[in-house]
Design a protein around this ligand. Structure first.
Ligand SMILES: NC(=O)c1ccc[n+]([C@@H]2O[C@H](COP(=O)([O-])OP(=O)(O)OC[C@H]3O[C@@H](n4cnc5c(N)ncnc54)[C@H](OP(=O)(O)O)[C@@H]3O)[C@@H](O)[C@H]2O)c1
Length: 305
């Protein structure tokens, strides 16, 4: 399929500017989030880099500034495994920012041991979906006031292997780390779908993204003996798999595309990979499941709408 007009050789054209725009990226201290922050700030955007470790965020900001001293960066602390931290961070943004043109829900955790968030949710669903659900909703008035504005949600092609396990949604009875990751990435698309439906007519779009297979720290729990792969498999197989991986800069292109491409001004509720609309799995197009997940997420987070 031909490349979109804003893309050349897999990269988003550098002359698309973001001057005067404010962007917030979760998990911006490393990997795809870091490269997205670096790119969008080079286009003139003010980039709010959110991360759970203030030291790591500070270091990442310094690195970007060392390449681009004019980069307009703000660091904020956000632990998506804690509703207290999420509310504190959202309150700060609402107090200090006059607008928010783009929110990129990028942070993620994959195949960790059977951990729980501070509020008792299964960690992968808790961070990847529930934390972002709460954060997005707390910022929604500001995003709507900034319309036309965009929300970009990082999912994964792993969603095709996911299913919403409604009978054991927190995976308490059975915990397979990768299956649980895939459920959380399916939840990302169902959330984007329902949010985009609710945002019709507001000028706010919401799309989801598969970044590709990208060489980042996401596989960090594979090395953990409680994770999916054992150490032997990791060292024997992973070096070969890694050869086909994208660099983080390449992996950031679809997020960047969804944040900046002028041809996407009115495009919402879609799933993107390689800077193109892709067909998501049938389970990700189930509107009943999207509504059910929304209602449950309201209960989990104590939100009323
Ligand atoms: N890499 C791939 O091949 C791939 C493929 C498909 C989808 N994705 C998706 O792409 C997104 C970015 O992943 P990546 O590959 O760049 O992974 P990464 O290098 O591991 O970066 C993940 C980011 O999320 C942050 N994070 C983790 N738990 C958090 C929490 N509780 N609160 C706040 N931030 C938290 C991490 O912070 P710390 O550094 O402090 O841990 C880090 O900044 C994820 O949503 C992932 O599911 C990646």
């Amino acid at each position: 399929m031909a490349e979109a007009s804003s893309v050349k050789n897999g990269s988003v054209l550098k002359d698309i500017r973001m001057d005067g725009k404010t962007v917030l990226i979760t998990g911006a201290n490393t990997g795809i989030g870091y490269e997205t922050a670096k790119d969008l700030s080079s286009r003139g955007a003010k980039v709010i880099m959110a991360g759970r470790d203030a030291g790591k965020v500070e270091k990442a900001m310094k690195e970007i500034k060392s390449c681009d001293p004019k980069a307009n960066l703000v660091g904020v602390e956000l632990d998506l495994a804690s509703m207290e931290s999420i509310r504190k961070c959202a309150d700060k943004i609402m107090e200090t920012e006059a607008k928010l043109d783009v929110l990129i829900n990028n942070a993620g955790i994959m195949s960790c041991p059977q951990w729980k968030t501070k509020d008792g949710f299964e960690m992968q669903l808790g961070v990847n979906h529930i934390g972002h659900f709460l954060f997005t909703n707390l910022l929604l008035d500001l995003i709507k006031r900034s319309s036309p504005s965009r929300i970009v949600i990082l999912s994964s092609s792993g969603h095709t292997r996911g299913r919403m396990n409604w009978d054991d949604i927190m995976s308490e009875k059975k915990y397979n780390p990768f299956v649980v990751y895939c459920q959380s990435k399916l939840a990302n698309i169902l959330f984007a779908r329902e949010l985009s439906r609710k945002l019709e007519g507001t000028g706010v779009t919401c799309n989801s993204v598969h970044p590709g297979l990208v060489k980042t720290e996401l596989g960090r729990h594979f090395m953990n003996k409680e994770g999916t792969w054992n150490t032997i498999k990791y060292y024997l197989v992973f070096p070969f798999v890694k050869m086909i991986f994208k660099t983080p800069e390449q992996g950031a292109q679809t997020s960047i595309y969804c944040a900046v491409a002028p041809e996407l001004n009115q495009v919402s509720g879609k799933y993107f990979a390689d800077c193109k609309i892709e067909e998501e799995a049938p389970a990700a197009k189930n509107d009943e499941d999207a509504k059910r997940l929304w209602e449950l997420s309201l209960e989990w987070t104590g939100l009323t709408k």
